[in-house]
Design a protein around this ligand. Structure first.
Ligand code: C5P
Length: 432
């Protein structure tokens, strides 16, 4: 595969300085970057800095005759695998939604058929203004994906959503988009003129290029918090990373994904509808509300039990008194509930098995007990570093047998699983 390329549009705003760090991270990740700097962006960072970090000429002017003779501005965006607008100001989002071509950046955005990812950054009131909300909805409907904004203190002395996502989070969103693209290319519209068919190679493991366009996916991720009293809860060590990566990978193949997540510190994956919940019972309700779905992937580490009677007030320590005893009751099994035969059952139901011993035997038994189609089994023994870590070594247990996948980054496990799901749905997996 040829080196991947991003066209980075830097629009105006105080957060533009973070684009320098993003260029550095992209270059370090082996992604080529061509920068376009808007007039507003040039008030905050210089073309010279972007040029020094990207090692490439920075484009600023729609009317540059030399550039037109070197590389037409339309070719500039089409030669990239992904167009990224970071930071994306309220103004450029509005011009994108309206289809304006009033400067080089918006002309490129209008002329391209390459996938676009935006990282919005603006004042909190601008972000929550119905005009911006409407513009984002228009862009999302056209396939533009967004990362961030984050919530926090802003340069304008206000607090709230509107801060540019941190460069590592933007990098992760870019890599997720690039990774899952057939042949490393991201395109939403018609193919480029003169493009060779061979250039549109389907993704590995998806030989027919099925993708997941038109499919709905439900993913659970993260731990659950089971309340003891208003300030205490039971939890577990799940980070949610594997489930979030699966939601991203399914979305990158074109699925409409709902991610039902327990409490995590992870940002919402771009292009995914995220429902944040706390307890197992809330997670089940959110899952049921997200149906119908073609596939459900239950990667959450759901608490097996909850406290039978949650105290209404904070439980007090009383000197000399014995510690309280907590009576527990079983939580609903979300995976088994979703896998139950019936009209609402997703055609493919995938569960996880996190074990510390007898991995394959437990996974085989779990598949039958839960009534799901596949089990992704992983060893979460402390020595493996899987729980909370970046990589995973899994067994995939299906009706056809067990496959062992070598240890790989969780993002790659997710990508392979998403491709297998696409292939299985394309093969019209019959209802069990
Ligand atoms: O029973 P166990 O927790 O080992 O099963 C793990 C699988 O079941 C995972 O896919 C997990 O998401 C799912 N599960 C669930 N609801 C529960 C317990 C587990 O969905 N209450």
């Amino acid at each position: 595969m040829t080196a991947r390329r991003v066209l980075l549009i830097v629009s105006g705003g105080i957060a533009a300085y973070k684009s320098l760090e993003l260029v550095r991270l992209l270059s370090k990740a082996g992604v080529g970057v061509t920068c376009v700097l808007t007039e507003g962006g040039a008030r905050f960072v210089t073309a010279l800095s972007l040029q020094a970090l990207s090692g490439e000429r920075v484009h600023t002017d729609l009317w540059s005759l030399t550039e037109e003779s070197e590389m037409g501005h339309i070719e500039l965006s089409r030669s990239a695998d992904l167009v990224v607008v970071a930071p994306a100001s309220a103004d450029i989002l509005a011009r994108m939604a309206a289809g304006l071509a009033s400067d080089l950046a918006t002309t490129l955005l209008l002329a391209t058929d390459t996938k676009v990812l935006v990282a919005p950054a603006m004042n909190v009131r601008m972000w929550t203004h119905p005009a911006t909300v409407g513009n984002l909805a228009v862009l999302a409907a056209r396939g533009v994906v967004a990362v961030g904004p984050d919530e926090g203190a802003m340069a304008c002395n206000e607090y709230g959503p509107g801060r540019l996502a941190e460069p590592p989070a933007i990098l992760a969103a870019i890599l997720a988009q690039l990774d899952a693209l057939p042949g490393g290319r991201a395109r939403t519209g018609p193919a480029r003129r003169g493009e060779a068919a061979a250039e549109r190679a389907p993704a590995q493991g998806d030989p027919d290029g099925h993708g997941l366009a038109g499919r709905r996916a439900l993913v659970t991720a993260g731990p659950t918090h089971e309340a003891i009293d208003p300030v205490r809860y039971f939890a577990n060590r799940s980070s949610g990373r594997q489930g979030y990566a699966i939601a991203s990978a399914l979305a990158a193949l074109g699925a409409r994904v709902t991610l039902v997540s327990g409490p995590t510190s992870l940002p919402d994956p771009p292009g995914v509808a995220v429902r944040r919940v706390e307890s197992a019972r809330e997670m089940l309700a959110a899952c049921e509300a997200a149906l119908p779905a073609d596939v459900a992937v239950c990667a959450a580490a759901v608490g097996d039990w909850r406290v039978a009677d949650v105290a209404t007030h904070k439980m007090k320590k009383t000197a000399g008194a014995a510690p309280p005893t907590l009576a527990l009751v079983a939580n609903p099994d979300i995976l088994a509930t979703l896998a139950r035969p019936g009209e609402a059952r997703p055609r493919l139901v995938v569960g996880f098995a996190a074990e510390t011993q007898d991995l394959e035997r437990s996974a085989l038994a779990k598949r039958v007990r839960k009534g799901c189609d596949w089990i992704v089994a992983n060893d979460v023994g402390a020595h493996t570093g899987t729980m909370g870590g970046e990589s995973n070594a899994v067994l995939l247990v299906t009706a056809q047998g067990t496959e062992s996948w070598e240890r790989m980054p969780k993002r790659e496990v997710a990508r392979r699983l998403a491709l297998r799901i696409a292939a299985a749905l394309a093969a019209a997996l019959p209802r069990r």
